[in-house]
Design a protein around this ligand. Structure first.
Ligand code: 8YV
Length: 315
């Protein structure tokens, strides 16, 4: 009998991590199974761990079918797709990959803010389509440096975004459940009030269930026709129908979006808008960061099997 532990892997991950995972464990690839229920029944007797990513997580339904599982290790910081209540009730450990992706996600947030204010995608397409030659200079855009940035969720990633925005001489405000005593940025307890005050609202909030749809038509209208929205958290924190409507009706100045409600599906109405920059959920998607995420995820898994505390965990 093999001494390797058996894990179910929900979806494919960064290839070098995948290779290491398969060297160290017996990996059952759930995403390749035609009939997932009978696949899970077949491996349930031996599987003790689940490997997944931020988008797929691990539902209670999945975990119920794998009663010997003691740990879920997520290749990502977000654990919103893991049923944490179920895990807590069953004593299942949940590991994630915080910190190592903070820089990249914050970098992309600033890139999206610049992309929205300066209409980078539109200007790129304008150049490539020969419009510079045929139609002359591209339309003027809006200045990001010195603007007032409001960060919704001043956690690790939010704070890294604020630090970068300071480099652009931005005035910085934030909206959190609680005011932080370690920062001097202006605090708003109410999101709509902050949206009224700022030029750019950046969503960096941890995607807990109570955050669903909180950035709605009211908040977007408070941000207004000169305001820009950036989202690097989860698509469902924003009411996407309200967002599309606000952009199409020109009630919002622009948006830079890395995340969407129903990934990988993105509302087509956004494709032709000049003041929108879209990314296919790639904020942590650099080789350096994915390598670090993979290593941390593997370390979490190894620690679990050695009976040690996970290096990074939420449950
Ligand atoms: C990744 C993420 O998209 O960390 C998260 O929560 O959303 C991302 O970093 C994902 O988990 C990697 O596939």
């Amino acid at each position: 009998m093999s001494s390797k532990q058996s894990v179910v892997q929900v979806n494919p991950i960064f290839q070098p991590t995948q290779t290491l995972l398969e060297e160290q464990y017996i990996v059952h690839r759930l995403w390749e199974a035609q009939d997932k229920a009978s696949f899970l029944t077949g491996v349930a007797g031996e599987v003790t761990g689940v490997v997944t990513d931020g988008g797929s997580g691990a539902s209670a339904d999945l975990l119920r079918q794998l009663p010997k599982v003691g740990a879920v290790t997520v290749f990502g910081v977000g654990v919103d797709a893991v049923d944490l209540d179920y895990c807590k009730a069953k004593g299942i450990r949940v590991g994630n990959t915080p910190d190592v992706l903070t820089d990249d996600v914050a970098d992309l947030a600033i890139a999206l803010a610049l992309g929205s204010f300066r209409q980078l995608s539109f200007a790129h397409n304008y150049t490539c389509a020969g419009r510079w030659v045929n139609d002359g200079a591209a339309p003027l855009t809006r200045k990001f440096s010195g603007s007032h940035v409001g960060i919704f969720g001043l956690g690790r990633i939010g704070a890294a975004i604020a630090k970068r925005a300071e480099g652009f001489d931005c005035q910085i405000s934030y909206c959190n459940r609680n005011q932080r005593s370690d920062v001097s940025y202006q605090y708003f307890s109410d999101l709509k009030t902050m949206a009224e005050a700022v030029d750019c609202l950046i969503i960096g909030v941890a995607p807990t269930p109570d955050m669903r749809g909180v950035v709605d038509a009211e908040v977007l209208s408070a941000l207004g026709p000169n305001g820009h929205l950036v989202n690097i958290s989860r698509g469902w924190v924003v009411n996407e129908a309200d967002l599309v409507n606000a952009l199409v009706q020109k009630q919002l100045g622009g948006a830079g979006l890395d995340v969407f409600e129903d990934e990988p599906n993105v509302p087509e109405a956004l494709f032709s808008l000049p003041n929108v920059v879209l990314q296919p959920h790639v904020a942590s998607g650099t080789v350096e960061t994915r390598t670090a995420m993979g290593n941390l995820m593997l370390e979490n898994l190894e620690n679990f099997y050695q009976g040690k505390e996970l290096t990074a965990f939420v449950a």
